[in-house]
Design a protein around this ligand. Structure first.
Ligand code: DX5
Ligand code: ZN
Length: 223
């Protein structure tokens, strides 16, 4: 199977009382997305490194850890120790995204940045070679179950053009409100990876929903 598209179910929407089963239920998923919220960077609190470690014990899949936290420099090592494969921090939470990304790579994990809907992507295009992944938020970070913001697709298209023009292999991921109704627009703009929380875990059959999202994205990808 080709590496892309990647469907990354967000465990934020799962039943935490059955975490391991819920993670294992989405066997068709490429990655597992883990949303860490500190109640400061975003107005909601989810969980921390112990739950990332519990998720790690539940699956061999790539753990895509999305840190919606202040002072990410101070905390990233805890998430690496917990078993994160890709550590994504918000550019709005740090003064030096390039230095933090470089230090993540030196520590042996993939380095990702995330941008809130109001943050222009243009400021980061010149530094793309430092980032293994860019996560475009298509909702305001903080809560699952919000409506997709279609205007964020333009950021995906901008990133796709820049990454292709420079021959980079930075992965473009989108997060927020992704469902069977919205995934094709992001895929058509050249997105590689798709986070889906409610669409997957509120479905009657979460794994069947992953397969459906994968099919829709595959058919809509530009290449
Ligand atoms: C939002 C999180 C998302 C969220 C996605 O702050 O980063 O990953 O869980 O949930 P849905 O797919 O329900 O929008
Ligand atoms: Zn997320």
């Amino acid at each position: 199977m080709p590496e892309f598209p990647i469907i990354a179910p967000s465990i934020l929407a799962c039943d935490f009382s059955r975490l391991a089963e819920e993670v294992q239920a989405v066997s068709s998923a490429g990655w597992i997305h883990v949303d860490v919220m500190d109640g400061h960077f975003v107005p909601n609190l989810s969980f921390g490194a112990d739950i990332v470690a519990a998720t790690r014990r539940s699956t061999d899949k790539i753990l895509d850890v999305h840190l919606m936290i202040e002072n990410p420099e101070k905390w990233v090592q805890n998430y690496i120790d917990a078993g994160a494969d890709c550590v994504i921090f918000h550019v709005e939470a740090t003064n030096d995204p390039v230095a933090l990304a470089d230090s993540l790579r030196e520590r042996g994990v993939r380095a990702g940045i995330s941008v809130k809907p109001g943050t222009p992507i243009e400021d980061y295009l010149g530094d793309l070679e430092h980032f293994d992944l860019v996560l475009v938020m298509s909702v305001e970070p903080g809560f699952g179950g919000q409506s997709f913001m279609p205007d964020q697709v333009e950021k995906v298209a901008t990133l796709r053009r820049e990454i292709d023009a420079r021959g980079l292999n930075t992965i473009i991921e989108i997060d927020g409100g992704i469902s069977a109704k919205t995934i094709e627009q992001a895929a058509a703009a050249g997105c590689d990876a798709f986070v889906a929380g409610s669409a997957v875990y509120k479905a009657d059959n979460p794994d069947a929903e992953v397969v459906r999202l994968h099919e829709l994205a595959s058919a809509a990808l530009p290449r």
